[in-house]
Design a protein around this ligand. Structure first.
Ligand code: FAD
Length: 512
């Protein structure tokens, strides 16, 4: 097979040892990075080869997604280009569909195989690192698949930002109170750090953005957090979780504990407490489950579908197979609780890669393996600009100090000096200038303008390049996407949309 890359990954005379890394996230990138350093002599001699199979040419620093959604960090700076960082590895943009470890082969689909219509190809390996992470764990909630959106990728984060601002534009221009109400209602399901940080950052951003609307005020926006358990943010402990609930409620965010989403058909979120919220925004962050490729392997899985691993990060009972991160059930040897496993978070993922890479090299060189041992240090979470909670090494912080710690911690963790410098520069600039408040949802449909000009499909066809864009009448995107909206009932030309009495002259100065 010719890889979609500069190097042929299946040449007639394969290198002596091929290490196949499935996944280019935290675990995949850091493991490959450490391996390319430690195996430099072998790589130089051609005795070893590291192949990274991943659907995207970048690693996403997920803890920065909420800030990307809020516009505090550009999307390009929350991702790390794999080809630049892993310059001694072969990067294959594709997806492993199955793994036959008994035969030491993985079935891989690349962009090229799809173009050629040739189907998946088999890629042989000697050592396997399975790090495909997790995907959103959904439940069979009616309407969820049609109207929900997750919050795990940079595309989702930016799509959501554009969508929220677009809802404010719709609310501002419609004369129909029902459309306005649904547009300004935002429902988030799941009170872990992904859901809470995403909601808190977006609410903060939308509250600020409303200054620039003559007829949308912060109190018009309805933010609802739905959590099935009796607390949020378990990662920061019970006290800080309670503080976070108080802080969010003080901002008029409707936090509903011990409540479940029952359905969201026809864009109406129905909760287990009987309440109903017509909404165009339903964000689902209620947990994750292991990536589907694991189920298509002959490797042992636990009851949650994660790879059963040893403390050495090898897959139980399978020589030459290794795993870490969200996809792996790794014993927590620091816990007193029998059978305790490491939680699926970045803190464990990044530390595991150090031991993982060392153990692979040790195995190749016939040396003893080291067990992974790290006791959870605690967590930090942002609740919007200048607001946060933290519980780290037994110390509890809230408000500005916690937010500062959140930024300092993640700045120290985001990979590469290049990204650290860019993120720091952006934070500094955003402290000096006003926030960005535009929706660039049209970027998702770059051909729409030209299609209309060229007399292609008529506006409102609902095709993939169309989107609701007031003024250009580009139509609407498919239901279920963040931009999936019914065309709002706009105020007739020459008539003002309904006003809410806000003083338009306030905050009308241009960006400083
Ligand atoms: C919004 C958000 C905020 C978070 N904040 C924090 C935080 O503050 N602190 C913290 O500790 N943790 C946080 N986490 C969790 C943390 O990001 C994850 O635990 C961590 O990314 C797990 O690393 P991983 O390598 O296992 O998976 P990932 O980083 O998800 O990487 C998996 C990679 O595998 C690829 N892949 C999937 N399937 C295949 C396949 N079949 N073939 C090839 N490649 C495949 C994926 O595209 C991806 O690139 C957050 C997560 C989210 C979503």
């Amino acid at each position: 097979m010719k890889a979609a890359n500069t190097r042929d990954t299946t040449s007639e005379t394969p290198p002596r040892t091929r290490i196949l890394v499935v996944g280019g996230g935290y675990v995949g990138m850091y493991t490959a990075l450490r391996l390319q350093r430690k195996l430099k002599p072998e790589l130089d001699r051609g005795d070893a080869e590291i192949v990274v199979v991943t659907p995207d040419p970048y690693m996403t620093y997920q803890p920065f997604l909420p800030e990307a959604a809020a516009g505090s960090i550009s999307p390009r700076h929350v991702v790390v280009p794999l080809r630049r960082v892993l310059d001694r590895c072969t990067i294959l943009i594709g997806e492993a569909r199955s793994v036959d470890h008994a035969k030491r082969t993985a079935t891989v689909v690349t962009l090229a195989t799809e173009e050629e219509g040739a189907g998946a190809v088999e890629l042989g390996y000697d050592e396997l690192v399975l790090a495909p992470g997790s995907v959103s764990r959904t439940l069979p909630v009616p309407g969820l698949a049609d109207f929900g959106i997750g919050f795990k990728t940079v595309e989702e984060a930016i799509g959501l930002r554009n969508h929220v601002i677009e809802q404010m534009d719709i609310a501002s221009s419609t004369r129909d109170p029902a459309i306005r109400d649904a547009a300004l209602t935002f429902v988030f399901v799941g009170g872990g750090y992904a859901g809470v940080e995403a909601l808190a950052e977006l609410e903060d951003m939308a509250r600020y953005t409303s200054r620039y609307y003559h007829n949308v005020q912060p109190e018009d926006l309805k933010w609802i957090l739905v959590e099935a358990a009796g607390r949020i943010l378990p990662e920061v402990g019970a006290d800080m979780g309670r503080y976070a609930v108080r802080e969010l409620r003080a901002r008029n965010i409707d936090v509903r504990l011990e409540t479940r989403l029952e359905s969201c058909e026809d864009r109406v979120a129905v909760l287990s407490d009987g309440s109903r919220f017509p909404t165009r925004t339903l964000v689902w962050t209620a947990g994750v489950k292991p990536a589907p490729v694991l189920a298509a392997s002959d490797l042992p899985l636990d009851d949650r579908g994660r790879l059963v691993c040893t403390a050495h990060l090898s897959v139980e009972g399978a020589d030459h197979a290794w795993a870490a991160g969200d996809a792996a059930a790794v014993p927590d040897v620091t816990s007193d609780v029998p059978g305790a496993l490491c939680a699926p978070n970045a803190q464990h993922a990044v530390r595991q890669t150090k031991v993982l890479a060392e153990n692979i090299v040790a195995a190749l060189r016939g040396r003893p393996l080291t067990p992974y041992a790290h006791s959870y240090a605690g967590s930090v979470a942002s609740l919007g600009l200048h607001k946060g909670v933290a519980h780290v090494y037994g110390r509890k912080l809230k408000g500005y100090p916690a937010w500062l710690m959140h930024r300092a911690y993640h700045l120290s963790r985001v990979p590469t000096f290049n990204r650290k410098a860019r993120v720091l520069a952006e934070w500094t600039l955003s402290g000096l200038f006003k926030r960005e408040i535009v929706s660039l949802g049209s970027l998702e449909h770059p051909r729409a303008e030209f299609e209309t000009a060229a007399g292609g499909r008529p506006p409102g066809h609902g095709g993939p390049t169309a989107r609701a864009r007031p003024g250009t009448a580009k139509g609407t995107p498919p239901a279920g996407t963040p931009g999936a909206l019914d065309a709002p009932e706009a105020a007739p030309p020459g008539e003002e949309p309904p006003r809410t009495g806000r003083d338009e002259s306030a905050d009308s100065s241009p960006d400083s």
